[in-house]
Design a protein around this ligand. Structure first.
Ligand code: AMP
Length: 218
């Protein structure tokens, strides 16, 4: 059960991954969250990553690969994991192939218009990282997380000028991974038809794609 989620920022991969992971009883590992946690704790990794993240750029491969390799060595990853936001470059994908076998790569295929619209209305919990969207996935209590009642904030990299830069970075450095995994025969596309698709509908499409993949693999 080693799955990865590819897709531009705001494609819904984080929300879908967090809903799919419990089904397989494996951890959902989001490298962006690992960095945010490191920044909060003011660790050396956090200090190095902060500037890149604020500018909407990728953190250098050697930092992210080391951090991820340590994370997937932990006991809770024995039966697998779901990676969200890793790999994001070809060298990261090559390194991942050396240390682990991936069974499916889910590619969240979403237009720029939807991404921009979603990221501009996204808020996240300052405490637990749960994602909400003021257009679709609305928190029950204004400004508070449904899960832990932490304060909801806008991520600094969800400001409009940073969003465009993150999209450009995705196209240049991450989108070549679609061909990389297609060539390996493990790519499954999940298309998001419009901005009104709910998180539940997105997660359902992902489940269907995984089921289809598992049936084909038999
Ligand atoms: P995310 O939460 O996935 O949108 O990631 C937020 C930011 O963390 C990205 O814009 C990058 O600066 C950094 N980041 C997360 N994952 C990676 C990765 N695999 N490689 C390089 N940078 C990453």
């Amino acid at each position: 059960m080693r799955k990865i989620f590819l897709g531009p920022p705001g494609s819904g991969k984080g929300t879908a991954a967090s809903r799919v992971a419990p089904r397989f009883n494996v951890p959902h590992i989001c490298t962006g969250d690992l960095f945010r946690e490191n920044i909060k704790q003011e660790t050396p990794i956090g200090m190095e990553a902060k500037g890149y993240m604020e500018r909407g750029e990728l953190v250098p491969d050697e930092i992210v690969i080391g951090m991820l390799a340590n994370r997937i060595k932990q006991e809770d990853c024995e039966d697998g994991f779901i990676l969200d936001g890793f790999p994001r470059t070809i060298p990261q994908a090559e390194k991942l192939s050396e240390i682990s076998d991936i069974d499916v790569a889910i590619n969240m295929d979403v237009s720029d218009e939807i991404v921009i619209e979603r990221l501009s209305s996204r808020v996240v919990c300052k405490e637990c990282g749960e994602i909400f969207n003021l257009r679709g996935l609305i928190p029950k209590q204004e400004g508070k997380c449904d899960k832990c009642e932490g304060d909801l904030i806008r991520r600094p990299d969800d400001e409009p000028e940073v969003i465009q830069h993150r999209l450009d970075t995705y196209k240049e450095q991450t989108s070549p991974l679609i061909e990389f995994y297609k060539d390996k025969g493990i790519l499954k596309d999940v298309t998001c038809p419009n901005i009104n698709q709910t998180a539940e509908e997105t997660a359902q499409s992902v489940w269907d794609a995984i089921d289809e993949f598992l049936a084909e693999a038999k």
